[in-house]
Design a protein around this ligand. Structure first.
Ligand code: PBG
Length: 326
């Protein structure tokens, strides 16, 4: 039997290609990130990320209304506070924002809120540093992160998503939530790598680490991309500590991690197609090198094929339209 000739019959028409396909993608599996800057009065478009803005606390409500109409109902919120802190972090802006979104949209939307300190600290690191500014203080940061998560949950977040990458944060959050906020889900950025692909995000969230400090980057707390075993171990640890959802981030260079996790757990796995990945597609589209929607469909399908359950993507709000005719 000639294998290649035989297979070709399964690609002969759109009908049989549809019938033979074993992987599918739906807009219902997508999560749309939202950036809200306390200092803004109106929405500002993000360069090289078409369809994405930094919102003001008011404009985000109009954005969500539009998104819901277009079939996007799940969101991941990144609050950007107007003030920076060393200690005594104040999370009221973020909590008020969550409350305002849930007051306006209730169960029409599923709202996850990111939990991290990088847009709160003047130095841009994801937690509290020691005096020499050479190390992130794990346990001190965990306490603050757990307090932040509890406040967001009490404000009405359906899910809290810690992205700081300290050790033990999931256990601390789960126990902080245990009494009154038992129903709040935890999505752990469990396999979040120290990556070059977060650049556009850090511009928006004003969270790039200060290069003049002894601690120059996030490589001592985010995962090393040469160590896939650590990603699997960290994700399984976070599930054991009480995470409901785990995550692989970035997406395309890390789909092997999704495959490995899929072999090791039945838990839902999110992949995060991050800002730098999205911007690269957008820039190639602008230059006429590729078609943006075709490329996104291909990437989303690859994520599902690897074993992802859901996709965090900057184009979630266009996904229904993009996928309509495929
Ligand atoms: C905060 C955080 C980052 C992203 C999500 N949460 C940036 C970072 O770790 O520096 C990146 C998301 C993106 O690039 O789209 N810790």
């Amino acid at each position: 039997m000639n294998y290649s000739v035989n297979q070709r019959r399964l690609r002969a028409s759109a009908h049989i290609r549809d019938l033979a396909a074993t992987v599918s993608v739906s807009h219902k599996e997508m999560i749309q990130p939202l950036f809200v800057d306390q200092a803004l009065k109106e929405a500002v478009p993000i360069p090289n990320m078409s369809g994405v803005c930094t919102d003001s606390p008011e404009s985000v409500l109009r954005q969500i209304e539009k998104d819901v109409r277009n079939g996007a109902t799940k969101f991941l919120l990144f609050p950007v506070p107007a003030s920076k802190y060393e200690t005594d972090f104040n999370f009221d802006f973020a909590a008020d924002l969550v409350a305002s979104i849930k007051r306006n949209f209730g169960d029409q939307v599923w709202l996850a809120s990111d939990v991290c300190l990088c847009s709160y600290t003047a130095h841009g690191h994801c937690g509290v540093l020691n005096e020499e500014k050479s190390q992130l203080l794990n346990d001190e940061t965990v306490q603050i992160i757990a307090r932040y998560a509890l406040q967001l949950a009490q404000a009405g977040a359906d899910c809290v998503a810690p992205s700081d990458m300290t050790d033990g944060r999931i256990g601390a959050i789960r126990s902080a939530l245990s009494e009154k906020q038992e129903a709040t889900a935890i999505m752990s950025y469990s396999s979040k790598f120290s990556s070059s692909f977060y650049g556009p995000f850090r511009d928006v969230c004003k969270s790039a680490p200060d290069k003049s400090l002894r601690l120059k980057d996030r490589s001592s707390y985010q995962l090393d991309f040469r160590n896939p075993g650590d990603a699997v171990a960290s994700s399984l640890r976070d599930l054991a500590e009480g995470a409901d959802l785990i995550m692989v981030k970035p997406c395309l260079p890390y789909l092997d991690i999704v495959v490995r996790l899929r072999e090791n757990t039945l838990a839902p796995i999110a992949v995060y197609h991050v800002s730098g990945e999205y911007a690269s597609i957008d820039l190639m589209h602008e230059k006429g090198l590729i078609n943006r929607d075709d490329a996104l469909f291909e990437i989303w399908t690859a994520a599902k094929r690897a074993g992802a359950t859901m996709i965090i993507t900057y184009a979630a709000r266009s996904a229904k339209k993009i996928l309509e005719d495929r």
